[in-house]
Design a protein. Structure first.
Length: 458
C-alpha cells in the first residue's frame, strides 16, 4: 500500500512498566534477544519509513540509546500521566509534521505484524473512520480495556479498574488491543476533554472512544477475534507467553523452508537470524542476533550463538558458546568451545574442547584442539596449536598481538608472551615460555633442561 506522507505512526513507550517488577523500562525487555520496542518499530518502518515517532519518558536516555539505530522521532513525556496524556504531549509534533492521520500503537505489543497494520489502515481509510481501534475477543478480558457496544456500535472502552458490572452490565469479552487509527482533524478537539476522573487518576487515550461516539464521529472497533499476537505485555508471565508464540512461529517458518530442526520445542531463533535450507539443528539450541547458518551446517545440542556466521559443511559440537564470530566452511568447533567477539576460523579449521578464542583469526586447516586460549592472535594456515597453549596477550595494562605464521607447530603447554611472532614452519617445544620472536624454520625451546638425579631413599 502506498501511504502518503500524510500519515505517521506514534508509539507510546514512556511508561515504567511497574508490573514487570524490574528496573529496566518495560519496552526494553527482550523477546528472543530483541527489545520489544525494536520489534514494534520493525513492524512499523516498512509502512512509515519517515514517520515513526516514539513517546519516551521513564529512563528515556537508556531507551533512546538502545534504539539509536532505528532513526525515529522522539517526543519526551516528562511526567507519565497516562496514554491520553502521552498522545496530547505528542500532538504539536504530529501537527507540525503536517500529518492528516496517525496510527497510535502501544509500545508493549511486540508481535505486531506489518501486514496486519497495513490491512487495518486500509480498512480505516476505506470506511472513512474518524477514530478506529483493533479489538480482540478473549475468554478472560483480564486487565485489558473492555469494549462496550450499543446495538453493535462501539460506545466506550472501560478500563478493567473502572469497570463495574452493576453500572455497565455483563462483562464483555471484547477488549481493546491498543492500536488506534486517528483522523487528526476529527479528534483534535476531543483531546482537551480528557480528564483524570478514573480509578488510576490518569488521562486515558481510550476515553476518546466514548467522547468520539457521543459527538457523532465515525468510531469503529475492528474485532480480530482471538489473536494472541495482538496482546500487550505487562507482566513477566505475559512476556514469556508472547516470546513462546514468536519462538514457535519462527522455528516453524524455518522448518517449512527446509531447515531440519530436530528438537523444535527447545530451539530459540532470533527474528533477525537466517537459516538456510539444508542446515541441521539438533537442539536444545539458541541462535540470536543476525546469525546466519548455512546449508549443510550441523549444530549439535546445547549451543548458544549470537551474531555468528557459520558457513557450509561446518559442524558445531555440543555445549559451544559463540558470539560475534565467523566460522568458515568445513570447520569443526567444540564440544565445549568458546568463540568470543572477533573470532574467525578459515576453511577446514578445527577448534576443540575448552578452547577459547577472542579477536583471533585461525587460518585454513589450522587446529587448536584442546584446552587453549588464543586472544588477539593472527594464525596462518596449517598451524598446529598444542594442548594447553596460551597467548599471554595482556600485561596488566595493554593487550598485545601474537602472530603465528603458516606451518608452525606449537608444542603443548606453551606460553606465547605477546607481542611476539612465530615464523613460518617454526617449532616451539612443549612447555616453553616464548618471550622473543622465533625465526622461520627454527626450533625454539625455552624451558629449564631436565635433570635426572638419583632418588633419595624414602
Ligand atoms: C492499555 C489500554 C487498554 C488496552 C491495553 C492493550 C489505556 C488507558 N488502556 O492498557 O484499554 O486494553 O492497553 O494492551 O490506554 N504509556 C505512555 N505514557 C503514559 C502511560 C503509558 O507512553 O503516561 C505507554 C506505555 O509505555 C505502554 C503503553 O503506553 O507502552 C500502554 O500503557 P499500559 O500502562 O501498558 O496500558 P494498559 O494498562 O496495558
Ligand atoms: Ca499494556
Amino acid at each position: 500500500m502506498n501511504i502518503n506522507n500524510n500519515m505517521g505512526a506514534l508509539v507510546l513507550a514512556a511508561g515504567k512498566g511497574t508490573r514487570m517488577h524490574s528496573s529496566l523500562p518495560k519496552v526494553l525487555h527482550t523477546i528472543l534477544g530483541v527489545p520489544m520496542l525494536s520489534l514494534v518499530i520493525n513492524a512499523l518502518k516498512p509502512i512509515f519509513p519517515q514517520h515513526v515517532r516514539l513517546v519516551l519518558g521513564h529512563q528515556s536516555d537508556l531507551v533512546r540509546e538502545t534504539i539509536k539505530d532505528n532513526d525515529c522521532g522522539i517526543i519526551l513525556q516528562a511526567e507519565q500521566l497516562g496514554t491520553g496524556h502521552a498522545l496530547r504531549t505528542a500532538w504539536p509534533d504530529l501537527k507540525a509534521a503536517g500529518l492528516e492521520y496517525v496510527l497510535v500503537v502501544n509500545g508493549d505489543t511486540p508481535l505486531l505484524k506489518t501486514e496486519r497494520l497495513t490491512w487495518f489502515i486500509k480498512h480505516c481509510l476505506q470506511a472513512e473512520a474518524d477514530l478506529a481501534f483493533m479489538t480482540l475477543t478473549l475468554d478472560d478480558p483480564a486487565s485489558f480495556g473492555r469494549v462496550l457496544r450499543v446495538k453493535g456500535k462501539v460506545a466506550a472502552v472501560l478500563e478493567a479498574k473502572d469497570y463495574d458490572a452493576v453500572l455497565h452490565g455483563p462483562e464483555p469479552k471484547e477488549i481493546n488491543a491498543g492500536i488506534y487509527f486517528l483522523r487528526m482533524q476529527s479528534v483534535e478537539y476531543l483531546l482537551d476533554k480528557l480528564t483524570r476522573a478514573n480509578k488510576s487518576n490518569e488521562y486515558y487515550i481510550t476515553d476518546l472512544i466514548a467522547l468520539g461516539a457521543e459527538s457523532g464521529l465515525n468510531v469503529i472497533g475492528l474485532d480480530q477475534g482471538r489473536d494472541d499476537t495482538l496482546l500487550g505485555v505487562n507482566t513477566p508471565h505475559e512476556l514469556s507467553r508472547s516470546e513462546e508464540l514468536l519462538r514457535s512461529e519462527i522455528v516453524t517458518g524455518w522448518m517449512q523452508k527446509g531447515a531440519l530442526i530436530r528438537n523444535p520445542y527447545a530451539t530459540r531463533i532470533s527474528p533477525a537470524a537466517v537459516l538456510e535450507p539444508g542446515c541441521e539443528i539438533c537442539g536444545p539450541c539458541e541462535i540470536y542476533g543476525a546469525s546466519r547458518i548455512a546449508s549443510g551446517v550441523v549444530m549439535e545440542s546445547h549451543i548458544w550463538a549470537n551474531n555468528v556466521r557459520i558457513d557450509s559443511g561446518t559442524r558445531v559440537r555440543a555445549f559451544s558458546h559463540l558470539e560475534d564470530a565467523h566460522i568458515g566452511p568445513n570447520c569443526t568447533v567444540g564440544p565445549f568451545a568458546r568463540l568470543r567477539p572477533g573470532s574467525e576460523m578459515a576453511e577446514n579449521a578445527h577448534v576443540g574442547n575448552f578452547v577459547e578464542m577472542k579477536k583471533t583469526r585461525l587460518g585454513v586447516g589450522s587446529k587448536a584442539n584442546h584446552l587453549t586460549y588464543l586472544g588477539d592472535a593472527e594464525i596462518g594456515a596449517g598451524v598446529n596449536i598444542g594442548a594447553g597453549t596460551i597467548t599471554c596477550n595482556y600485561d596488566g595494562k595493554h593487550k598485545h598481538q601474537t602472530r603465528i605464521e603458516s606451518g608452525a607447530f606449537i608444542g603443548s603447554n606453551a606460553s606465547l608472551v605477546a607481542p611476539v611472532s612465530i615464523g613460518e614452519n617454526a617449532l616451539v617445544g612443549a612447555g616453553s615460555v616464548i618471550t622473543k620472536d622465533v625465526p622461520p624454520e627454527s626450533l625454539a625451546i625455552a624451558r629449564e633442561k631436565q635433570k635426572n638425579l638419583p632418588r633419595r631413599p624414602a
